[in-house]
Design a protein around this ligand. Structure first.
Ligand code: 4AD
Ligand code: MG
Length: 466
């Protein structure tokens, strides 16, 4: 073939007015092929956009034999003239001059033949589902959101701070950690006299786990660099089989010195609106596709969140509203209870019909590091609750008093936190932060129903395929 610069379908479509009449070079995967005795039409997709490029094969130039391997899923390279399209549904098409087939895809074996496979079926072939329109759209939006997150924080002067994935501490104290060990399970139990496993022989010389959150190390960064954020994978071994939980998920955790709870709420609201606005501006085609096929209110819901102030409400008030709602909840409501998703969604979807930031939770249901309020009963926590999602962000002002924090650490039976307490021992400052569950944000922006469908290779109980 002639040496001309290959263009992606996205590049070609965005410049099509200049390119009409010129010879172009494109590569991609065949989505469909149809036609008649005289002409065959191939819809080509290369992942750069939800849009397919139509390739026209004139059968006076190509033989049946040449076109036989051009079936759904095969990969091809085409050169030809870009012309204004005569058909409906596309503005331009390529009149093929030359064809090279990179790889065939047997129609008997390639599983993505027809349109409209169920999401459940696609989950079973998660290694191939990025080739579908739906997952192409979701994954492009996921990328755009990740980029927007880095851009938001970079433009604000925050530093991207890398916290460890393997750790010997348990940030959330929920005990839902995956252990990291090179001890041979066959040799266990390798007990000490007191009946405990002797980790001195293990790789790190102590018990180690995959992190549930980078926050504690993030606080070390913030109390040195001022404002930092993390963006990395986190791991939770909770046995939660829900459409909103993963065992491996990505979390963004900003941590800011000299921020009080109000500053923290302001940042969270500005941040999440920025991300959604970014997706609306940069992923319009993909959002439109998902709206048409899955969620007809998607754009409206996204715009609504961007354009309205979030409600800010103390937990105690939230409990009162739930108690007075007259609603029968599956889990009973009373002051002190950890809110379930049905409670959160009642407040957001039915009572306020807006995102809600719930603050000042009872200290018993929140992590040890949160700043105690003067009432001695509640802590300066903040959860951002979203329609259809429930909790999307969890955060707090941190306890900066060495005395109060070490008391709470002791009361919780936590050990080995001396390094963390040094932030309070030396030059302690008021500071705050929060964690955004990345997949919950992607879930909201794509309008998908199940968190397993917004990450390429989901991990959840009894599933570690691919
Ligand atoms: O509320 P969480 O547990 O808070 C923390 O980990 C804090 N250390 C954050 C901080 O203050 N720096 O988790 C934060 C967010 C939740 O609001 C939720 O969006 C998401 O992480 N999340 C999960 N997402 C998917 N699957 C799971 N199993 C999740 N658990 C939490
Ligand atoms: Mg939480």
């Amino acid at each position: 073939m002639e040496k001309i610069k290959r263009l992606t379908v996205a590049e070609l479509l965005s410049r099509h007015e200049d390119l009409v009449g010129k010879k172009v070079d494109v590569k991609g995967w065949v989505r469909t092929r149809r036609g008649n005795k005289n002409v065959q039409f191939v819809a080509l997709n290369d992942g750069s956009t939800i849009k397919n490029l139509q390739i026209v094969f004139d059968l006076s130039r190509f033989s049946e034999d040449q076109l036989r391997p051009v079936t759904t899923g095969s990969s091809i390279h085409v050169q030809g003239e870009l012309v204004a399209s005569q058909g409906k549904g596309q503005s331009v098409e390529v009149l093929a001059d030359e064809l090279e087939v990179y790889g065939t895809a047997s129609p008997e074996q390639y599983p993505l033949q027809k349109k409209g496979h169920s999401l459940e079926f696609l989950r079973e072939i998660a290694h191939l589902r990025p080739r579908t329109n739906t997952f192409g759209a979701v994954l492009r939006i996921r990328h755009a959101l990740a980029y927007a997150i880095h851009k938001f924080f970079n433009d604000k002067g925050f530093y991207y701070f890398h916290t460890p994935l393997i750790t010997a501490s348990d940030c959330e104290g929920a005990g839902a950690q995956f252990q990291v060990t090179t001890l041979n399970p066959e040799d266990l139990p390798r007990r000490k006299e007191d009946g405990k496993v002797d980790y001195s022989e293990d790789f790190f010389g102590k018990m180690a786990s995959l992190t549930v959150s980078g926050q504690l190390e993030g606080e070390l960064g913030a109390t040195a660099l001022g404002c930092i954020y993390t963006f990395g994978p986190t791991f939770r071994a909770e046995n939660s089989n829900t459409p909103r939980h993963l065992s491996e998920f990505w979390m963004i955790e900003p941590e800011m010195a000299f921020y009080e709870i109000e500053d923290n709420m302001d940042l969270a609201e500005e941040f999440i609106k920025y991300c959604i606005r970014y997706a609306l501006e940069h992923c319009a085609d993909d959002i439109a596709f998902l709206e048409e096929h899955f969620d007809k209110d998607l754009t409206e819901r996204l715009r609504f969140v961007v354009e309205n102030d979030f409600v800010r409400l103390p937990y105690t008030e939230g409990i009162r509203i739930l108690e007075e709602s007259g609603r029968k909840f599956e889990f009973p409501v009373y002051w002190g209870v950890d809110l379930a998703s049905e409670h959160e969604r009642y407040l957001v979807e039915e009572h306020f019909k807006k995102p809600v930031i719930l603050t000042d939770y009872p200290k018993e249901i929140k992590a040890f590091y949160m700043k105690l309020n003067d009432d001695g009963k509640t802590v300066r926590a903040m959860d951002v609750l979203f329609p259809k999602i429930g909790e999307i962000i969890g955060g707090s002002q941190r306890e900066e008093s060495y005395e109060k924090l070490s008391e709470r650490i002791e009361a919780n039976g936590i050990t080995g936190m001396d390094w963390y307490l040094d932030t309070r021992r030396f030059g302690t400052v008021p500071h705050s932060g929060f964690g955004l569950g990345f997949e919950r944000l992607v879930l909201f922006v794509t309008g998908m129903q199940n968190i397993r469908d917004v990450i390429p290779f989901p991990r959840y109980p009894k599933n570690c395929e691919f």
